[in-house]
Design a protein around this ligand. Structure first.
Ligand code: NAD
Length: 441
């Protein structure tokens, strides 16, 4: 799991060689250590025309430090482009960023706010707003070498303060490995704002919580105030108990492929009482083989763990009304499920299915006030990726705008953002936590 190239590229000799050969020098990324209350300081906000009252309210709710003056050094740039109505007005993007980018510090945070083109009738305006996506993706690729992230929030006309939650996330070091992404916010928000312990009083179930990404999801949700039930296979009992002891969580030893898994989970939730507020379907495996060489068991087991068991568990919990009003269902997809990958037909099928689940269930669950979203991690440093052979492992790390693998906590932070009550306006989103990996971007 240690990145030898990164250490080499930062040594005196390595730096010279990498520069000479034009190889990337991966930036040192800053990560949050205080949780959701931590956002970057010295942010410059600007807007095409006067910001509308909804954006102003969202900024106030997000409680960001916007006191910075023109021409100071910034840690964050926010540009509200939601009133750009034609392609000629896009020039304002150029003017703002051309002037202020040179003053943005390393590990800076950039957010562009736009209007979801699909919510716009007027064609020139829809075209201009759709253009923002190309702009932010290219900008993210340019600034990645400095550890800077650039993301887009699409809102709808008459938006409310639902922009505050993604805005704070993208203006913090919790999004350090999320860049070149767009997040769509739509529904009105009616929850209280608690940026310290947003998940206080909530119960969360995390599958595959004994190690890797799942262990970090459990820890981050607990840090944000949730009571966590960590689920894993009986063979992982010791590891799972260690994680749960650390966060005062509950261990649930269940293999999600067991015929009675959904029943055991439901029984556990009923026994605790109070229902479930958050479920994170993280448990997953790989069984890589080219299709012609793949054994039927390698297909069957993987699809069952990564996809079908999730459907069974959701179905059972929803049917019994065990997911509370305002609940959150969060899937863990993969960039493989977006772009495909040789040797991963089974895996990519399952992970694309997770995206299908989000897309299909989101409108149905909206009536129950439940949101459903997924993360699509890229190369994350875990035991799963440690097992990848040397060359693909090196390529997996390097082929992204940040030239390095992410950490499990990066995925966990994005999931915690989806889980927060103030993210009620975020549903049907797939956020790639991949440092803008070139696969499928
Ligand atoms: P990991 O192998 O380190 O951890 C997976 C956990 O799931 C383990 O604790 C394992 O015991 C548990 N698990 C496996 N089968 C189970 C079953 N049948 N029932 C209950 N628990 C089970 O993997 P990871 O790298 O932490 O990956 C976590 C998730 O993230 C997976 O869904 C994976 O596909 C996805 N993902 C990982 C990466 C990456 O780069 N690591 C990239 C994209 C997506």
């Amino acid at each position: 799991m240690s990145d030898g190239y990164m250490r080499f590229a930062h040594s005196a000799v390595g730096k010279k060689i990498c520069r000479g050969l034009g190889f990337p020098i991966p930036p040192h990324l800053q990560r949050a250590n205080k949780g959701p209350q931590e956002v970057v300081k010295h942010i410059l906000f600007s807007s095409v025309n006067q910001p509308n009252s909804a954006i102003s309210n969202a900024l106030a709710d997000a409680a960001l430090d916007l006191s910075v003056q023109d021409q100071q050094r910034y840690n964050g740039l926010i540009f509200d482009a939601s009133s750009i109505a034609s392609s000629t007005e896009l020039k304002q993007l150029f003017q703002f960023f051309n002037q202020h980018l040179p003053l943005l510090q390393r590990n800076g945070r950039i957010v562009l706010i736009g209007l979801n083109p699909q919510s716009i009738d007027d064609t020139p305006q829809a075209i201009a707003q759709r253009s923002l996506l190309g702009f932010i993706k290219s900008l993210a690729k340019e600034v990645g070498r400095k550890g800077t992230t650039a993301n887009l929030i699409y809102t709808e006309i008459n938006c409310g303060n639902e922009v505050a939650s993604p805005l704070r996330f993208f203006m913090s070091n919790r999004c350090t490995y999320v860049t070149g992404q767009v997040i769509n916010v739509a529904l009105p928000l009616a929850s209280t704002v608690d940026w310290q312990q947003p998940l206080a009083g909530k119960t969360a179930l995390v599958t595959g919580a004994a190690r890797g990404i799942g262990a970090d999801i459990a820890k981050v949700l607990a840090r944000d105030g949730a009571k966590v039930i960590g689920l894993d296979i009986p063979q992982s009992q010791q590891l799972l108990n260690q994680v749960m002891n650390e966060i005062n969580g509950d261990s649930l030893l269940v293999n999600v492929t067991d015929a009675n898994a959904a029943e055991l989970i439901s029984a556990h939730i009923k026994q605790l009482g109070g229902g479930l507020d958050i479920i994170v379907h993280n448990a997953g495996i790989t069984r890589d083989k080219t299709l012609a060489r793949m054994k039927p068991q390698q297909w069957d087991l993987l699809i069952d763990i990564n996809l079908t068991s999730i459907e069974r568990i959701n179905h059972s919990l929803l049917n019994q009304d065990l997911i509370n009003d305002g609940g959150r269902i969060i899937g863990v997809s993969s960039i493989s499920g977006i772009a495909g990958n040789p040797g991963q037909t089974n895996y990519a099928t399952s992970k694309a299915g997770v995206i299908g689940m989000v897309e299909s269930l989101a409108p149905k669950l909206a009536a129950k006030n439940i949101t459903i979203n997924a993360v699509a991690p890229g190369f994350i440093e875990t035991e799963m990726t440690d097992a990848v052979p040397f060359m693909p492992r090196q390529l997996g790390r390097r082929l992204c705008s940040l030239s390095q693998g992410g950490l499990p906590v990066d995925v966990a932070e994005t999931i915690a953002m989806f889980a927060a009550p103030n993210s009620q306006g975020i549903t049907a989103n797939i956020i790639r936590v991949c440092g803008q990996n070139i696969m499928g971007s």
